[in-house]
Unconditional design. Structure first.
Lengths: 358, 428
């Protein structure tokens, strides 16, 4: 399924290395990207607080999900403990800014680095384990770190959690949805560009080679241990940054927020978005953030209605949301294993080539 | 893949456009109030009756003239007992609501800084002692000038029960030092009174044993009961909510533990007695209203019966003690809002002042149910007096109301505790 990255329409050949590696295939796509980002800059003036909070959520979750996609989609590893790295980043950033008085501006990247170290540590078993065994090893990371959060009061405030300062730059408070939006937007743009570029480098190609056939990759001289561990490190870095952004946005970090369900949600984001697709990750995140909102709205509509009474859903209405998430993951795995990114490419190709698609 | 950057942006934009019609439908003249409830999390067992009490009281207030003619527009969020979700809900309210009816300890403590900054009165269902110091300087980490709750603090309840246990030990002619043990999840709510009760127990001559942990979500607690049996404890404090305690009481009955259990204020109620059957017998627990639903026919319960009809038109539903606590908490908020309205407008600051203007007060119509309370700008321990009840439960079939009518569930008032208002006990 991951091979879809290389899928191109018939007759679309690249004749130069530059053409093959370009981020923006046409000038128009470049223009659209800049236009999109510029349009987003106006979002705080246009949208309500509610929409902004959703966009911010999409931002920090999207960054963390991209980390997981680098690990799962590009390197072919698996992790069901991504949420704890997200959590570690949040706690680390709060710790740096509260206890060590590091300005939040620097605490966020620093938290990313600290989380990378933790990710590398837990990535070590990845050098030797594959598939299900690796999944269980990362599950261990989930439980070990969760327990650590609950007990390490000096670092996390224990079960009571810890407050996180608000973001400020040059003495300007970037708190509140309207201002914090720009912080998250900046991080999204930088980190998404970085990931896109990572995949154009020697290291990025090594990761993909590793995924496609590790034996061949090793024969070509790729150091499997190094790249598998590195992939965990990079993935943890993204999770850490996402978590730190989340912590300073909410202003409070608590161990309860980083359970296994959250890890599964990250997996759902990358599967729904498209494994091995940078932009698909963002689509998957958008989908996973909006789905509960949509289902919540539906549940509200249903409650007290005829259908509610007929099926005697009663309090079950609120659980529709949780069930829908499960159902959607299953449906995507069956009908669209390549994710939203693939579906989007097909829609685009259809319009581009209309009415002669072949 | 790179070419899809613009597409994702387009998706983002269209999603935003779809949702830009924000779902807020409060009228300008209404008084917006936030309501955090746990209907689906680990404390939902007691969160439902309490949340229903708050919702019914608000509905009743709105039907009977509102607050000075204005209706309370409550926005209820079920946050599943997850502090981050509570804070997200708070953020979506801030700037709009003038007061909040809250719930758990972890989230209420996490929100102290926020509500202090935003000057929003926060009526929690957490009775953690850390919320009782409005000035600072006590053992609490920080002052909580905008936090209020109805009834004594967890620490004071626990101290009261330790005091009762000491009397009980001498009355029964126990020999040697009685042994006290704290049981509960490793969570801010069960942890809250631990240190206070243990220190007071030591002061009263108890031997304090190593605490035993059991989860907030009900499970198999046989290992915990075996540990408890081995420890030889005489008095065991149950720090969790009733659902979890039912599980522990049943397991301990099976194992054959002979301990006097002390349930906390959320740790024992009529529904739990029905669920646990005879295992819930002899538990001592505090009740924070002057009446329980068994007094429903008494004239002083007239208003409570009317409030209950807001969600139960037939008027047959049995309401656990938590329901009444939810009603009381809402009524205190309502009356301080009325004061605020008459004295400069319904703002957070004025509502807070409204809480201070009277001494030993009970909301109108709730006399004989809500306990007379006094909040001052220096001390938010509104009540230091409460009743201890003991359960007597036999297994039986039927609804809670039926079982009580049949006498299968009995709650006997065994003591009234009054603690001194010690300065050194403030805030912990």
């Amino acid at each position: 399924m991951a091979g879809t990255v290389a899928l191109r329409p018939c007759g679309d050949f690249r004749t130069t290395y530059g053409g093959d590696q370009t981020v923006f295939p046409t000038r128009l796509s470049l223009a659209f990207c800049f236009l999109g980002i510029a349009a987003l800059c106006f979002a705080p003036f246009v949208f309500s607080k509610y929409v902004l909070s959703l966009l911010i959520q999409i931002g920090y979750l999207g960054i963390a999900a991209l980390g997981l996609n680098i690990l799962v989609g590009f390197t072919g590893q698996i992790s069901i403990g991504h949420a704890v790295f997200f959590g570690f980043g949040a706690f680390a950033s709060a710790y740096f800014s509260n206890k060590l008085n590091v300005p939040v501006f620097f605490a966020i990247p620093l938290a990313g680095v600290a989380t990378t170290a933790v990710g590398l540590l837990f990535g070590v078993p990845a050098a030797r384990l594959k598939g299900l065994y690796l999944a269980i090893a990362t599950l261990a990371a989930q439980f070990i770190l969760e327990d650590f959060f609950a007990r390490a009061s000096w670092f996390t405030g224990g079960v009571a959690g810890t407050a996180a300062k608000s973001f400020s730059i040059f003495g300007i408070e970037m708190s509140g949805d309207q201002r914090y939006f720009y912080v998250v937007l900046a991080y999204v743009v930088i980190l998404y560009l970085a990931a896109t570029n990572l995949m154009r480098t020697r290291d990025g190609r090594a990761l993909v080679a590793l995924r496609d056939h590790y034996l061949s990759a090793e024969m070509m001289g790729i150091n499997l241990t190094k790249y598998r561990t590195m992939s965990f490190g990079v993935s943890a870095f993204y999770a850490g940054i996402g978590g730190a952004l989340y912590g300073h946005y909410l202003g409070f970090v608590s161990v309860e927020g980083f359970g296994i369900f959250f890890s599964i949600q990250f997996l759902a984001m990358v599967i729904i978005g498209g494994l091995g697709s940078v932009m698909g990750t963002l689509m998957g995140t958008v989908f996973m953030v909006l789905l509960p909102e949509a289902m919540g709205g539906l549940a509200k509509l249903l409650s007290g209605s005829y259908i509610d009474r007929l099926l005697s859903l009663d309090e079950g209405v609120v659980f529709l949301r949780e069930m829908a998430i499960g159902a959607v993951i299953v449906l995507f795995l069956i009908f669209e294993p390549d994710g939203l990114a693939h579906r989007w490419r097909q829609i685009r190709a259809y319009w581009k080539l209309y009415p002669f698609s072949h | 893949m790179q070419s899809n950057r613009k597409n994702a942006v387009a998706v983002l934009l269209s999603a935003g456009a779809l949702l830009s019609a924000a779902p807020v439908a409060t009228l300008a003249q209404d008084i917006p109030v936030g309501h955090l409830a746990d209907f689906s999390g680990p404390t939902a067992d007691v969160g439902r009756p309490y949340g229903q009490g708050v919702a019914d009281a608000i509905a009743y207030i709105n039907r009977h003239g509102g607050v000075g003619g204005k209706k309370l527009a409550a926005e209820t969020t079920d946050y599943s007992y997850k502090a981050p979700q509570a804070i997200a809900a708070y953020k979506s309210w801030s700037g709009r609501v003038v007061a909040i009816q809250g719930w758990g300890t972890a989230d209420t403590e996490a929100l102290i800084g926020f509500v202090t900054n935003d000057k929003l009165p926060y009526y929690s269902a957490s009775y953690a002692a850390t919320l009782t110091d409005p000035v600072g300087g006590s053992k609490a980490d920080r002052p909580a000038p905008y936090n209020f709750f109805y009834g004594p603090s967890y620490s004071d309840y626990a101290r009261g029960m330790v005091q009762w246990a000491a009397d009980d030990w001498t009355k029964k002619g126990g020999k040697g030092k009685p042994k006290y043990i704290h049981m509960g999840a490793n969570h801010p709510y069960p942890n809250s009174p631990k240190a206070a009760a243990e220190e007071y127990a030591k002061e009263l001559g108890f031997e304090v044993l190593t605490p035993i942990q059991y989860a907030l979500a009900p499970g198999d607690f046989t290992p915990q009961c075996l540990t408890l049996k081995q420890s030889g404890a005489n008095y065991a404090y149950l720090g969790n909510t009733s659902g979890s305690n039912v599980a522990v009481l049943k397991a301990c009955q099976t194992v054959g533990v002979q301990v006097q259990f002390l349930g906390n204020v959320w740790g024992m109620d009529e529904n739990a007695m029905k669920a646990a059957g005879s295992a819930a017998s002899n538990v001592v627990y505090p009740v924070r209203t002057s009446a329980t639903w068994t007094d429903a026919k008494a004239p002083r319960m007239a208003m409570m019966r009317e409030i209950s009809k807001m969600s139960d038109a037939s008027g047959t539903e049995y309401r656990a003690s938590h329901y009444l606590a939810g009603v009381c908490s809402t009524l205190y908020m309502k009356e301080s809002m009325e004061w605020a309205m008459a004295n400069g407008g319904v703002t957070g600051e004025n509502i807070r002042k409204g809480m201070y203007v009277r001494q030993n007060w009970v909301p109108k119509g709730a006399e004989g149910v809500c306990v007379p309370s006094t909040w001052t700008a220096q001390d938010h321990r509104s009540v230091l007096k409460f009743d201890l009840y003991q359960t007597d439960v036999k297994a039986g079939d039927g609804s809670v109301g039926d079982l009580i009518a049949k006498g299968a569930i009995q709650m006997k008032r065994i003591a009234t505790i009054e603690l001194p208002r010690k300065k050194e006990w403030l805030g912990w």
